[in-house]
Write a protein that binds this ligand. Structure first.
Ligand SMILES: *Cc1c(COP(=O)(O)O)cnc(C)c1O
Length: 457
């Protein structure tokens, strides 16, 4: 059998799937400074109204505009790969499939939402987007998308990644984007952090504050902010991944998936592969759905479902999510894209409703899985993606022990060709595990203990 299951271009999904329509106990709203649900107008300085409408939509299916479909067609539908070599290597009866999102221009799933966000901003008359980036994947995806749709792009990149991954900045520049290290001296939020700690390694929470400030302080009104994960509309845009995968599994002769896996930073690639399957699960299918996070930044596995801000300067509304607290600065592990203090409200809410089985893994196990993968299957995964692959290997071994020919599906969120410094350090034996002890978690959670808790219907 051919290991690559291709979907023809005319089968590209024409609608995004909105999980908010189907969550049995609803999705609690974000709260404004007055403690009341945020009104859409309050978000208008930050996002264009067409995106705000998507953010609050409870419609199950949302049509993808023709121009966005045309942009997506440059690399979609993406291949679904049956991993025969890994199955053989592990001696497992499981059928392992990965959905390969590394084939996009920027090398990860992030391009899926980048082109949609650039399109909606341009439709609304916006000329410039600001954003944050952790490992640099989102900054490069948005730089590419802005270039496609004629917008300028400014990226605040978390300091440690800026220093570790200089070529990401070059990618952004090639597509015409501008990239500065965060915390920077360009914003009040950045200067405040530097005043307290001149050597701050930065964090996504800090970079978000800077990017939002840079957008709302442009008095011409021509600048808005774009976020690469977490928010409902971002997760929505990623659902093309899971919809295609469902169709490709059917083409491969499978009845469906028994286990669905995605690594989870802010939650968007996990949402993309998982939400269409969560819909099936809500409708009675027996599927184990596993978001995988790093043990050094464990939100779903070790924090309560609460309200918290998305950024350190508390410029964002209070969002209903699992969170380590908005001032959390993670240890500088290499899986830069998984270092966010919170988790997408839709993903958090699905977990609060008992639909998910989250897993936290240490980085050494993930790097070992990535190297096994590269030697057996070929491509070099992003360090974030390696978390999903380590979970795949665990599930495949479990299937072997139990003698079950389970169908395991994972999202291969991106390639690791820009992350070779991490591999270099791993191969040199320089990396260690940096799990958080209970005292460290308790200290983080203490600062948000007075925040309200979301109420499910
Ligand atoms: C950004 C990124 C992630 C983490 O972000 P999510 O929003 O959780 O998907 C995972 N993998 C890759 C390759 C990324 O670029």
């Amino acid at each position: 059998m051919n290991p690559v299951i291709q979907l023809s271009p005319d089968r590209i999904p024409r609608r995004w799937y909105n999980l908010a329509a189907d969550l049995p106990k609803g999705l609690p709203p974000p709260l404004g400074p007055d403690g009341k649900p945020v009104r859409p107008e309050q978000l208008a300085p930050v996002f264009p109204m067409n995106i705000v409408e998507q953010e609050v939509s409870t419609k199950r299916w949302i049509d993808i505009p023709e121009e966005v479909i045309n942009a997506l067609l440059k690399w979609r539908p993406t291949p679904l790969r049956r991993c025969f070599a890994l199955e053989k290597h592990l001696g497992t009866p499981a059928h392992i499939y990965v959905k390969d999102e590394s084939v996009s221009p920027a090398g990860s799933h992030k391009s899926n939402t980048a082109v949609a966000q650039a399109f909606y901003n341009r439709e609304f008359g916006i000329r410039k987007l600001t954003t944050e980036t952790g490992a640099g994947q989102w900054g490069s995806a948005l730089s590419h998308a802005c270039n496609q749709f004629g917008l300028t792009c400014k990226v605040f990149m978390v300091r440690v990644s800026f220093d570790q991954k200089p070529f990401r900045k070059t990618m952004m520049q090639v597509w015409g984007g501008e990239c500065v290290a965060s915390p920077s001296r360009e914003t009040a939020a950045g200067r405040a952090v530097l005043a307290a700690n001149p050597d701050s390694p930065g964090s996504l929470g800090i970079a978000i504050s800077e990017a939002v400030e840079a957008a709302v302080s442009d008095t011409s009104g021509g600048t808005r902010y774009a976020l690469g994960s977490v928010l409902n509309h971002v997760c929505l845009h990623q659902t093309v991944i899971g919809q295609e995968a469902q169709e490709q599994l059917a083409l491969a002769g499978e009845k469906g998936a028994d286990v669905v896996i995605g690594c989870a930073g802010g939650g968007s690639n996990f949402a993309g592969i998982a939400f269409p399957f969560i819909r099936d699960k809500i409708n009675g299918a027996n599927i184990t759905i596993i978001p995988v996070e790093p043990a050094s930044c464990p939100t779903l596995t070790r924090t309560p479902y609460t309200y918290d801000h998305g950024d350190i300067a508390r410029m964002t509304p209070l969002m209903p999510m699992h969170s380590l607290g908005h001032t959390f600065v993670p240890s500088p592990i290499h899986a830069g894209g998984l270092r966010y203090h919170g988790m997408a409200p839709t993903v958090s809410c699905a977990h609060a409703q008992g639909l998910l089985s989250p897993l936290a893994l240490d980085q050494l196990e993930c790097y070992a899985a990535a190297v096994t993968w590269a030697r057996v299957e070929g491509n070099i995964p992003a360090p974030e993606t390696s978390h999903a692959l380590a979970a795949v290997i665990r599930e495949a071994k479990k299937a072997k022990e139990e003698g079950k020919a389970r169908v395991i599906l994972a999202c291969y969120s991106g390639h690791g060709l820009m992350d070779l410094v991490g591999y270099q350090r791993y191969l040199a034996g320089e990396l260690k595990d940096v799990a958080m002890d209970d005292a460290a978690i308790a200290k983080c959670l203490d600062q948000i203990k007075d925040h309200p808790r979301p109420v499910l219907g």
